[in-house]
Every structure is written in C-alpha cells, then in structure tokens.
Design a protein around this ligand. Sequence first.
Ligand code: GRF
Length: 216
Amino acid sequence: MTAVTNIVVIISGNGSNLQSIIDSIESGQLNARISLVISNNAEAFGLIRAQNHGLANQVIDHHDFEDRALFDQTLLQTVISQHPDYIVLAGFMRILGRDFIQTFENRIINIHPSILPHYKGLNTHQRALDNGESEHGVSIHIVTAELDDGPVLLQCRYPIEAEDSVADLQQKGHQLEHRMYPQLLQWLCSGDLQIGENSIVFKQQEIHQPVEFGSV
Ligand code: GRF
C-alpha cells in the first residue's frame, strides 16, 4: 500500500480554499491527509474550519517574533517536523524566507487570483478592473524565491463583464479556486503531475505551459 500524501496547509484568513481541500479529502476525491494547518493570524477563520474537522492547527504569529528571520526559522522547523510531501499555501499573506523555499524546493504550491504572469502581488481584481481587462483568472504555481513567479501548473480564465465589481470577480475566482486546488493536488498525489528538478510532467508528457483547467 502506498502512503497517503501528507500536506501542510498554511493560511492567513478565511480559509475557503482550505475548506475545499478538506471537503475533497473527506469525500474521497483527494487522496491526501492534512497533518497540520498553520496560520500566521490567530483570528483566521480557517483555524475554526480546521478545528471543526479535527485537524491539528497552530498559530505562528509573525508579530510574536523580533525579526523576520526568527519567524521564518520557527515556521520552517514546524513544517519540517511534519515531514510533508507538499506545502499548500491557501491565502497565506506573507513572503516565505529563502531557507524555507530551498528546503522544500518544488514542493510548495500557491494559488493566486490572476492569470500569471499578469497581476502578481496584491489587489489583482481592482487592478484588472482599473485597466479595463476583458478577462481575469486563477493560477496555481510552484513557489520560488520571486513573488508569484514560479512555474504555473494550472490556470483558468474567466470573462470580466462590464458591470463586474471587485466582489464579483472575487466570487467568480473563488468558485474556480475551490475546484482547481483539490484537482491539482489530486494530480500531484496520484503521480499524474510530477514536478522534477528540470521538468514538469503531466500525464506522462512534459509540459511547458500551464494546464488549462477544464481542458483535461
Ligand atoms: C484566494 O483568493 C487566493 O487566490 C489568494 O488568497 C485568497 C484566499 O482565500 N491567494 P481563502 O482564505 O482561501 O478564502
């Protein structure tokens, strides 16, 4: 019997993506286990979600540390102690330290509300509206040292309608995110998606472009 893929999920807020991952595990669609949910924000609703499902959860609040390096070290040691196969960032609003990224190279995954490489960083919905874009989207990518810059694994686009507000785009994006993240993780867990040092293989073919969500 092969071991169930072990993931650590790191959040800062509402945790609706965490919820979609928990639900997919509980329904048997995602063959993984969450060994720990970490939040840098003690008020994050995602912590309640974790508790509601009996998941181990821990607050590592960056305000409690004298400097960034100490916070980074504590986060790193905590995650190492879980021996995770993957670290899943789900609305984590801090930039990870280099040590962390190097230790878990190619095993940290993030979800970002834009069609990367467009609109890295914050406030992607407002910026897309301000620029009069006709489409927006969601990307899931490997985390590297540069912000929102690692190889994109899975992507989805949706149209921006004339009357759309930031809240509308958030809602459209979230609906997609909640289907995309569990799917992407299941591909990783099953081995359908393999992230190597120099290549990404999806369903036995090396890919150089993100997989379009819904196309497979
Ligand atoms: C999502 O929109 C995600 O793309 C971004 O942060 C948000 C987190 O939402 N990285 P939630 O906490 O999962 O509800």
